[in-house]
Write a protein that binds this ligand. Structure first.
Ligand SMILES: Nc1ncnc2c1ncn2[C@@H]1O[C@H](COP(=O)(O)OP(=O)(O)OP(=O)(O)O)[C@@H](O)[C@H]1O
Ligand SMILES: [Mg+2]
Length: 354
């Protein structure tokens, strides 16, 4: 009989369990635990320096965890990744970790054949396989051309197919979109979708929200070494969407603000689904509205609405703004500098399109 736990494990291809990586006293990855399931595309989103590459390097065994364990599926069950079994376990994983830096004097055929054989792909089938994967990224015409004349995007594509040439079940791509123009990025998105259709399990990172949200089944957000959210896009969006209620009161004068705030704290905070410590009900003097944070659960939203009426708050406006959902959630966790940079860009875009 298969128990529930075993059944779940059956679908798990990779597991990080309480994984921490320190460089000296600096903690780059902090107590990270998550599973990657068979056949999913898991997007790994986080600002520069968040710990994405370090996490992926521990999966490739290019870095060893300071503590905690990485498991990879082998022989039908999860096995702890260690120095003894790493070659055998990693044969079922393909990696694009650093920006590919290929030797200019080699051709895609030469490099990819080398990788395929290194990873144990049957020698007699390598030629056909290499031609197949190069066709996947539309570079068949370039298969025997020395790579020194290749554009950055072409190199990146060869780098990506080098991760799949030995036909692994699990594909790990660190920033596959980096440095590519919009057309090439679109192609990479299509390629990731194609991998999923082929039944592959894909774990890829980006600091670009759009690239992640377009192709991922689930998204893990990492910030300062910690996974701060991991869910389906739909659920993340729901969390981000419902998080603020804007409340306007009839006959309100600013002198009464503190009394109203105190009363809202007492009555409403227990209904928000958030810890009192995480919570803040505040007054926005520009809009003259009170702002109530809550967890986005519609049941709680209704309970708050009802409590306001039952306690005789003279509500003239009660609204839950639909902000740019996931973007808000992500921005919340990005460091200030990057947030400002993005906002400057958005303002510029808005000017251009106005
Ligand atoms: N070998 C190392 N020695 C010391 N510190 C390191 C080392 N590798 C990474 N770090 C630090 O760990 C943190 C996480 O780095 P990491 O490369 O994992 O971030 P990242 O999320 O991949 O960022 P990016 O989007 O810029 O690629 C950074 O502060 C980085 O400086
Ligand atoms: Mg990185």
């Amino acid at each position: 009989m298969i128990t529930k736990t075993q059944e779940k494990e059956k679908d798990t291809y990779v597991r990080f369990e309480n994984v921490t990586k320190k460089f000296g006293s600096f903690t780059a990855v902090s107590d990270v635990s998550f599973d990657i399931y068979k056949g999913e595309v898991l997007g790994f989103l986080g600002p520069n320096g968040a710990g994405k590459s370090t996490t992926m390097k521990m999966l490739a065994r290019l870095q060893r965890p300071t503590s905690g364990t990485v498991y990879i599926r082998g022989n039908g069950h999860l096995e702890e990744l260690n120095i003894k079994n790493k070659d055998y376990l990693l044969n079922n994983v393909g990696f694009l970790i650093e920006n590919p830096n290929f030797y200019g004097n080699m051709t895609p055929r030469e490099i990819l054949s080398y990788y395929a054989e290194l990873k144990g792909y049957p020698k007699s089938k390598v030629k056909k396989r290499v031609e197949e994967v190069v066709a996947l990224v539309d570079l068949s015409d370039w298969i025997d051309v020395k790579m020194k004349g290749f554009s950055k995007g072409m190199r990146q594509k060869i780098g990506i197919v080098s991760a799949i040439v030995h036909d692994p079940d699990i594909i790990v791509l660190d920033e596959p979109h980096t440095g590519l123009d919009p057309k090439a990025r679109t192609e990479i998105r299509a390629f990731i979708r194609k991998l999923k259709e082929m039944g592959k399990t894909v774990f890829f990172s980006s600091h670009l929200l759009y690239e992640v949200s377009e192709v991922s089944d689930r998204v893990a957000i990492i910030s300062k070494g910690k996974i701060i959210a991991l869910d389906t896009l739909e659920n993340l969006e729901r969390m981000a969407r419902g998080s603020i209620i804007e409340l306007e009161l009839h006959d309100f004068s600013i002198e009464g603000k503190d009394a109203v705030l105190a009363e809202l704290q007492k009555i409403i905070v227990p209904l928000t689904g958030l810890n009192a410590a995480d919570n803040s009900i505040s007054f926005n003097s520009d809009s003259q509205q009170f702002e109530i944070l809550f967890d986005g659960n519609p049941d709680n939203q209704y309970a708050i609405f009802r409590a306001l009426f039952e306690n005789n708050f003279k509500v003239v406006e009660f609204s839950v703004p639909r902000a740019d959902l996931l973007e808000d959630l992500y921005l919340k966790f990005m460091n200030e500098e990057e947030t400002e940079e993005l906002q400057r860009k958005q303002a510029k875009m808005a000017q251009v399109s106005a």
